[in-house]
Write a protein that binds this ligand. Structure first.
Ligand code: FES
Length: 81
């Protein structure tokens, strides 16, 4: 699974650094380091008011620092096999 987090300026302002840090922790805590490949990307041209853009494989999500745990559980952990 490929997880790409936008670190462009609009997403940076919405807390991309916190999203990256927390996702890294969650991936490590759940022993998924071998399965989840994490990358940063510059502006995905989908800047929005509602959060940091995170792409999981080909799907783009909007994640806020306070919702990272929920996002991880619903979109990453539950889709790992
Ligand atoms: S800065 Fe993240 S989508 Fe534009």
């Amino acid at each position: 699974m490929k997880i790409t987090i936008c670190i462009g300026s609009a997403c940076h302002l919405k807390g991309s650094k916190r999203v990256v840090n927390r996702l890294q922790e969650l991936v490590a805590e759940n022993g998924l380091s071998d399965k989840a490949e994490m990358n940063g990307a510059f502006c995905m041209k989908k800047c929005g008011e509602d959060g940091v853009r995170v792409m999981v494989d080909d799907k783009i999500f909007s994640v806020l620092p306070e919702n990272v745990d929920e996002f991880f559980k619903d979109e990453i952990l539950s889709k790992m096999n």
